[in-house]
Design a protein around this ligand. Structure first.
Ligand SMILES: [Zn+2]
Ligand SMILES: [Zn+2]
Length: 397
């Protein structure tokens, strides 16, 4: 039996257990930075397989090593994120969230269950490969500063240092059975903007006595959108969206201040910082020129995500070998952000997508929605493929 056949057989054999693990996690979601029971559960599952993890990294993170023959020769790291979101689950399923108001709506339960499946599969065949597979269970992907940066600070990419790193993410827009890759730039940086515009409120009938912060904020939004349309290189994807505009006045009451919150995303670090600087200057200048003032606060988010081209090409090639040409697709740029980006800045890394959609079963909701769910047959594929990709990368000289 070839290694690939062994992996496929083990993935199939363990599929039900991986589904059970996913359901347990789905039923017991925990918010970013608070994944205490999740971490305990992961540690128990690893110990049951015979792997002793290092626990408590960046508080609720874990790292485990599966050592094949000649373990110090090379290392490949695999990452799963473990946190959930503040969403009230609307799915009527037997394994619905029991932690009210918290939901695994981004599929991190799927990533964690898959990686535990990988642990089971690879631990079973460690006589068949050379090198070390490092499993990284990372907390807090969903909330800045992001668990990835904290795990890197805590040293998860040292001792042993991986030659390359893989991460997978569920894809509700890709049919189950298919996998997506993209070489190079894939996901955006994302920064949050919190702008407070101050004026002088009063009776709407006497504008000459007031400094209208609603009008100032309106000018600011239009001017900032023009920074995107006039200053950004048209070849660099950029998006600015304001989703919050709070002016708590009335038909005849002008408020003292207005709050506008937005997000700025792009795929170029230099332009990212240049744009943020221009926006702040523009907003403050407009407010001042109109007699008011403006506090422009930038909550720095994740950087852009860049897949190492050579590694991604190899992984795509090996995924085709595992799943067939018809099941491996090319991805478009995605303007969402992901803290896996931090790993891609410091090591050769590849972040790919695992199809989880099943239209016939009505499984079509996007991530971060109360009805997000997956076709669970994706778990066998996710665990099997990741095991295979890790070993092909270890075998690569
Ligand atoms: Zn998410
Ligand atoms: Zn996610």
């Amino acid at each position: 039996m070839s290694i690939q056949q062994k992996i496929k057989a083990l993935a199939k054999q363990n599929a039900n257990e991986i589904i059970e693990i996913r359901r347990h996690l789905h039923q017991n979601p925990e918010l970013s930075y608070h994944e205490y029971n999740t971490a305990k559960f992961i540690a128990e599952k690893l110990k049951a397989i015979g792997i002793t993890p290092t626990e408590g990294i960046a508080n609720t993170g874990l790292v485990a090593l599966i050592e094949g023959k000649n373990p110090s020769s090379r290392t490949v790291a695999l990452r799963a994120d473990i946190d959930a979101l503040p969403i009230i689950e609307a799915n009527q399923i037997p394994y619905k969230s029991q932690n009210n108001g918290v939901m695994h709506a981004c599929g991190h339960d799927v990533h964690t269950a898959s990686l535990l499946g990988v642990a089971k599969i690879l631990n079973n065949i460690k006589e068949d490969f050379e090198g070390t597979v490092k499993l990284i269970f990372q907390p807090a992907e969903e909330v800045a500063p992001g668990g990835a940066s904290l795990m890197i600070e805590a040293g998860v990419l040292e001792n042993p240092k991986p030659k390359s790193m893989l991460g997978q993410h569920v894809a509700p827009n890709i049919p189950v059975g298919k996998i997506g890759f993209r070489e190079g730039l894939y996901m955006a940086s994302a920064d949050e903007l919190y702008v407070t515009v101050k004026g002088k409120g009063g009776h709407g009938a006497m504008p000459e006595m007031l400094i209208d912060p609603i009008l100032i904020a309106s000018h600011i939004i239009i001017a900032l959108q023009q920074i995107v349309s006039r200053n950004a290189n048209p070849k660099t994807p950029s998006v600015l969206s304001f989703g919050k505009f709070i002016a708590n006045g009335a038909t005849n009451v002008i408020p003292d201040e207005v709050k506008i919150d937005g997000t700025f995303r792009t795929l170029n670090e230099e332009w990212r910082w240049d744009a943020l600087k221009k926006m702040k200057k523009m907003a403050e200048g407009i407010a001042e020129a109109m007699g008011g003032s403006c506090e422009f606060f930038i909550q720095k988010g994740y950087p852009f995500l860049k897949n190492n081209p050579e590694l991604t090409r190899r992984m795509k090639h090996n995924a085709i070998d595992f799943l067939g040409e018809e099941n491996v697709i090319d991805l478009d740029i995605w303007m969402a952000a992901e803290d896996f980006a931090y790993y891609t800045q410091v090591t050769d890394a590849c972040f790919y997508r695992l199809g989880t959609r099943n239209e016939a079963q009505g499984i079509i909701s996007g991530v971060h929605t109360p009805t997000f769910n997956i076709d669970e047959s994706a778990l066998e594929i996710g665990a099997g493929l990741m095991s295979w990709l890790a070993l092909t990368e270890l075998a690569e000289k």
